[in-house]
Design a protein around this ligand. Structure first.
Ligand code: BES
Ligand code: ZN
Ligand code: ZN
Length: 496
């Protein structure tokens, strides 16, 4: 999709549709909307009076052949209460508008920003919203709806004075949203088309294109490095594991700057292993590599945005299968760190592979860690599909991430990691056990296990099990993978 910034008057556009938005207030026809009302001979005031135009969140009002304009359509989108309006709303408004229009034969669009929204952040949010909404999970459909796409969008509302900042926002938004779609594409792949080896190949292709350094450890190297926790999960499958390491090194690193380690769970299919999952809904477990895919997407974006911070991305990739060589409940494994683990449930495999991933990221020089994982069903119970669960060991580092989540328009909620919870994973026959002996707190138990391997290094764990996949389509986003946490992490690292 071509996205440009245009500063010419609204009456001169000849595109298929103009989109703008209004707020839920007693008189929604104000400011630029009043100007548009004048141009169209009082059309908007009439619609408002009839109760068709209220400004309620994501209300869509489509007008054909609006008088006074050269475009074939005018789409008015409700943006909710004015005082609650922010870039997160704007992203959804833009996404919902384009999703609606692209199924109606529209190929070219003008998105008119309202007075006060002529910022870099607004241009970025609109760009992110429309590129993300353009992603469909139809790769394996032979009858793709090829006529349903938006070819070009102009963002207008800016004057020449704001051109530079607007264009900067568009460029940045494109990098972020295209990286998000790269992640979603990986998450969508079924496990027969995305084994650990294939994931590593795709990471290599991405890194080469983006100009990032990459190192893929095969099963032999993984064994040489004594990554016993990762190997214990992989041993039940005929597909060999991979440890994928992507590194971004800035041209001129800020002196004394942190080295960020991003660790992502990539279980390309989670059957549960010998502690096998029920068959109903098991097909969804192809998305158990979403954490890894997210981190690879973040690296892709960073390569283009070039922050002054070194970032090391570590993605342990494996299947979790109940093969003849599979580990069994009660088996004791030694992680790369030297800690011994009693595996009481082979379905709690994400924490095992992340244990080695986190340890390795530290060994490679990470001073600040973030991991992302579809780690527990318990986080879905706690926060549903609305918030990412955020667990941290360092208040300042966690606060930074939560502030970035806010700025990037992603919902994240802090969860506890008090010492008392450590008791849950204390081992009886090994140092620790991979499931809790306490009652409840399943998502926290998983986090406490990971915390053991982060040691004194400031660490954050993002449990994205509830948020990485949309079971139902949203007005602004297709059903399927969401690419959640990518925008937050890109914001975090580019503002350190
Ligand atoms: N990949 C799952 C977590 C999961 C569950 C993600 C549901 C998405 C939806 C993870 O490996 C797992 O199976 N966790 C177990 C842990 C339990 C055995 C302590 C779980 O959540 O049931
Ligand atoms: Zn599992
Ligand atoms: Zn899993």
């Amino acid at each position: 999709m071509k996205i440009t910034l245009e500063t010419k008057p609204i009456v001169t556009f000849t595109e298929d549709a103009i989109v703008t938005y209004l707020f839920e207030e007693p008189d929604p026809v104000q400011g630029r909307l009043a100007e548009l009302d004048k141009l169209t001979g009082g059309l908007l005031a009439r619609l408002a009076k009839s109760g068709e135009l209220t400004g309620k969140p994501l209300e869509l009002t489509l007008v054909h052949a609006p008088a006074g304009l050269k475009t074939a359509r005018l789409l008015l989108v409700g943006a909710g209460k004015h005082e609650q309006f922010n870039t997160a709303t704007l992203r959804k408004v833009a996404g919902a508008a384009l999703r609606y229009l692209k199924t109606r034969g529209v190929h070219t669009v003008v998105f008119a920003l309202r007075e006060g929204d002529l910022t870099e952040e607004a241009a970025q949010a609109v760009t992110e919203g429309v590129i993300a909404t353009d992603f469909e999970s139809d790769k394996y459909k032979t009858d793709k709806k090829n006529d349903k796409f938006i070819e070009a969008m102009s963002i207008t509302g800016h004057g020449e004075a704001q051109r530079a900042s607007g264009e900067k926002g568009i460029a940045r938004g494109r990098v972020v949203a295209e990286s998000q779609n790269f992640t979603r594409d990986l998450v969508n792949e079924p496990s027969n088309k995305l084994t650990p080896v294939i994931l590593a190949q795709k990471a290599v292709a991405m890194a080469e294109e983006a100009g990032l350094a990459i190192d893929v450890l095969d099963e032999k190297k993984i064994a040489d490095l004594k990554m016993g926790a990762l190997l214990s999960v992989a041993q039940g499958s005929v597909e060999p594991p991979r440890m994928i390491v992507v590194t971004y090194t800035p041209a001129n690193a800020k002196p004394g700057a942190p080295v960020v380690g991003l660790v992502g769970k990539a279980v390309t299919f989670d059957t549960g292993g010998i502690s096998i999952k029920p068959s109903e809904g098991m097909e969804k477990m192809k998305y158990d590599m979403a954490g890894g895919a997210t981190m690879l997407g973040v690296m892709r974006a960073l390569a283009a945005l070039k922050p002054g911070i070194k970032v090391i991305c570590v993605v342990p990739a494996t299947e979790n299968m109940p093969g003849g060589k599979a580990q069994k409940p009660g088996d004791i494994q030694t992680a790369m760190s030297g800690k011994t683990i009693e595996v009481l449930n082979t379905d709690a495999e994400g924490r095992l592979i992340l244990a080695d991933g986190i340890h390795y990221a530290k060994q490679l020089g990470a001073t600040h860690l973030v991991d992302a994982a579809t780690l527990t069903g318990a986080i879905v119970v706690a926060l549903a599909n609305i918030n990412v669960g955020v667990f941290g060991s360092d208040q300042a580092w966690t606060d930074k991430l939560l502030a970035s989540a806010k700025a990037a328009g992603e919902k994240m909620w802090p969860m506890p990691t008090d010492d008392e919870y450590r008791e849950f994973i204390k081992g009886s026959v090994a140092d620790i056990q991979n499931i809790g002996s306490g009652k409840g707190g399943g998502a926290i138990t998983g986090a406490m296990f990971l915390k053991e391997f982060s040691g004194d290094t400031p660490w954050i764990h993002l449990d994205i099990a509830g948020t990485a996949w949309n079971d139902d389509a949203k007005p602004w986003l297709a059903k399927g993978p969401t690419g959640v946490a990518l925008r937050t992490l890109v914001h975090l690292i580019t503002t350190l």
